[in-house]
Design a protein around this ligand. Structure first.
Ligand SMILES: [Zn+2]
Ligand SMILES: [Zn+2]
Length: 178
C-alpha cells in the first residue's frame, strides 16, 4: 500500500467503511476491491465483525460536533489502528506501512483509514468529512473536491435537494409522491 493510499484514498475508504454493513467476509472482499486495497490474507467472518466495530470508531469522527472532539476521536483511532511506521517490500518498490507485514484484513483497513483520515483532514481541512446534507440521507463522505465545499454524498442527493428547495419556494407547484 503506497503513501498516497494513506491520504485521499484512505479518507475515501474511511467514509466507505462508515457506510458499509459488513454482513460477511464477502463485503470485506468487495470493499477492498472497490478501493484497490490489496489484502494480504483472505477475509474471514472475524474481519467483518472487527470492521463493524471499527465502523463505529470511524463514525465517531464523522459525527464529532466540534473540531476539538474530532481531533480527540482521530487520536483514539490512531492509537487503536496504527503501529509504528516501517518500510515494507511485500509488493513492488519499498514503501511505508503503519502496521506490520502480514496482518489480518481488519488491521490493514484500520491502519489505512486511521492514518489516511488523520493525514487528509489535517492537510486539507478538518471539515472535509461529513454526512450528506439531504434531509433523508445520512451517507458519510470525504470531500476530496478542490474547493472543499461538498454538501451532499452524491449528485443524486444534490439534485433531489435542489428540486425540494425549488418546490418549497413555489407553493403553486403541486408536490407528488415518489
Ligand atoms: Zn504495501
Ligand atoms: Zn446523500
Amino acid at each position: 500500500m503506497h503513501f498516497n493510499h494513506y491520504s485521499d484514498e484512505g479518507a475515501l475508504l474511511a467514509a466507505a467503511v462508515v457506510n458499509e454493513r459488513f454482513d460477511s467476509a464477502a463485503d470485506v472482499v468487495r470493499l477492498a476491491a472497490e478501493h484497490d486495497l490489496l489484502l494480504e490474507r483472505a477475509p474471514t467472518a472475524d474481519d467483518a465483525a472487527g470492521l463493524r466495530r471499527w465502523r463505529t470508531a470511524l463514525a465517531s469522527v464523522v459525527d464529532a460536533p466540534t473540531d476539538g472532539e474530532r481531533i480527540g476521536a482521530l487520536n483514539r483511532l490512531l492509537a487503536a489502528g496504527t503501529s509504528h511506521p516501517r518500510i515494507s517490500l511485500h509488493n513492488g518498490p519499498p514503501h511505508v506501512h503503519f502496521r506490520p507485514d502480514d496482518v489480518a484484513p481488519e488491521r490493514q483497513f484500520a491502519a489505512i483509514t486511521a492514518f489516511g483520515l488523520a493525514w487528509f483532514l489535517t492537510q486539507r481541512g478538518l471539515h472535509r468529512l461529513a454526512r450528506c446534507g439531504a434531509s433523508d440521507c445520512s451517507v458519510a463522505f470525504a470531500d476530496v473536491t478542490r474547493n472543499g465545499r461538498q454538501r451532499y454524498c452524491s449528485t443524486r442527493c444534490a439534485n433531489r435537494e435542489a428540486v425540494r428547495r425549488h418546490r418549497s419556494r413555489s407553493p403553486s407547484v403541486p408536490a407528488f409522491a415518489g
